[in-house]
Design a protein around this ligand. Sequence first.
Ligand SMILES: [Mg+2]
Length: 268
Amino acid sequence: MTVVLDMDETLIHSDFVGCSEEEYKAHEVMHSIPPFDFFLTVCDGVAVYIRPGLAHFLKLLHQLFEVVIFTAGEKDYADAVLDAVDPEGYISHRLYRDSTCEYRGLNFVKDLTTIGRDLSKCVLLDNNLISMAATPDNCILIDDFFTDKSDRELPLVASILMDLTELEDVRPVLRDAFCIRDIVDQRIFSQMFDQFEDDDDEGDVYDVTDVTDATDEKEEVYPENENENENENGILTVQEVGCHDSEPTESNDSELHQLVNNFTSLRT
Ligand SMILES: [Mg+2]
């Protein structure tokens, strides 16, 4: 099985600080900013925070899967980060911004049909719905990581991925568990359609930054939260899947139950 990992806000978080390491350390102390894990001199200075458990996560995945990074970041920046977080070389391949594509008006989509792997045995872990638009049934959405040292998402994801190794085809289970296809349709494409009708600006294209970086834009892309099991953006993530207390629907099967039960047991 191939596990494709997004980088920014999935495995690490970077602050592009535009100064030297010494200057930024002084700034951190003065403003009580959480200390970064390492500093890069590329891009005029980048303070990088590592998601807790990343080293163990990569080692574990390497033992079971082909591990691929697929980032919308540029190569120079991404390579500097990945060289630092993967000194053992657990990551087999690195794909960068130039491997993303435009899909139905969205920029920087990670289309798994382009990477030459069997899609029945391929999973993309990403914090951004737009990345998933072309192949939503292969995706697990993870909460954003910034600097929270108490974050425990990676061990949770690792257990989910290990369960998936038993499956002939990961797509039906991921589709039922995470509903990314429906959420992309409802939260992104229908919103885009409404907006195009409103402002008649057909040249408008949403990209990754519309959803991940711009808070005001996020309000437009995602409607208000109507489901108590959804996060503030109304999106199910690995944490919320374990929260379902309703009766299983017809589409649920034993594999899905195992998946959800496993999520639930991890949360207690
Ligand atoms: Mg990301």
